[in-house]
Design a protein around this ligand. Sequence first.
Ligand SMILES: *Cc1c(COP(=O)(O)O)cnc(C)c1O
Length: 425
Amino acid sequence: MIQNKQENTAAYAKLMDEQDPLRKYRSQFHLPLQEDGEPYIYMCGNSLGLQPKGTAVAVRRELRDWQNLGVEGHVHGKTPWLPFHESLTEAMANLVGAKPEEVVVMNTLTVNLHLMMASFYRPRGKRRKVMIEADAFPSDKYAVESQIALRGLNREDCLIELQPRKGEFCLRAEDIHSAIEKFGDEVALIMLGNTNYYTGQYFDMKQISEWGHAKGCFVGFDCAHGAGNLPLHLHDSGCDFAVWCNYKYLNSGPGGLGSAFIHERHIGNKEMPRLSGWWGHNKKTRFNMRADFDPIPTAEGWQLSNPPILAMAAVWASLQLFEKAGIENLRQKAISLTAYLEQLVSSLGEDVIEIITPSDPGQRGSQLSIRVKNADKALFGRISQRGVISDWREPDVIRVAPVPFYNSYEDVYRFYAVLKEALSM
Ligand SMILES: *Cc1c(COP(=O)(O)O)cnc(C)c1O
């Protein structure tokens, strides 16, 4: 709750902004403007991150190389296109806590999830099941179900859905553990969203990986809502794989490229079953065009196609900002900004709202999912009319994400003031 009345004022928010060491980054982004020229209160970076001003510059550079060089751009471009993806790897690896050879930017998220399941979902004997969250993101659930069907198995036998306890929204760690203990011998793959898209709950990947591995399961995570939001420490977590998109907290543009992480212990294994393409083949002999498939012994060995350079330029521009600002610094601000949002919104009273995101900062990123009692979509309409861009999930949840790169304490304060006004109507 609000400890100090001062904190519940616009003046306090302004003061916090003045003291914010990352405040200069807001001007590096295009903030969508309302008709009167004022920026919207953009709280939707968990859905589509805003455009960095450097993106157009980076994309134009590639358009110019294509214009001037044609096919020669593959070799003679400013950043030659053949190894273009390599220019993203180190920054991306830093961001997610991986070794460069464990990370590759490629395809889109759901495609990467399928590619990882081709390798890591290997049902055999009585070990045939996949464990997911009951409220997994729909695309993840469809992907898992279709992989089960593709192996000639059926969903009823092979899908285990982890349900929160009655009356709760988040999964308890001890319940995940006991489900793994109970069913682990029959589970081929544990695949959880991290951070959960709906509740904003962040799971301890290291602990879950240890539990899963002790039972002989592969463990993978969909980090669509985690990458660029929290430091992930993917390598140390020991998980077998992770996938994510780069257009949410990673600000790389709508429908942009995704990424995959494959743990070091698997990347050199040429026997690993996979869906292959020529871009995953040994770079020395790729253009001989006839050699048997010889996978690159890094995460790049899972690449399929020569990648879209324009989309990669957008990822590059975004990663430059992360390298400058530092994910640990962004995380510090995110913790503070989210706590401020929590304090303000909580002051509206438990009879009006319930925050379903965990209150422990260690179990969440920047997002708060706010359940509004007796609300309908008209409330969301009212806050949208007043300049808030956020996200509504039926039946009664508003998801808001104060993103440390471009959201200010004042944005958070204004969101609260708009919500309070809209609730009183
Ligand atoms: C955003 C998101 C997706 C979207 O998948 P695309 O393949 O990028 O369209 C899938 N899963 C999760 C968990 C997400 O958060």
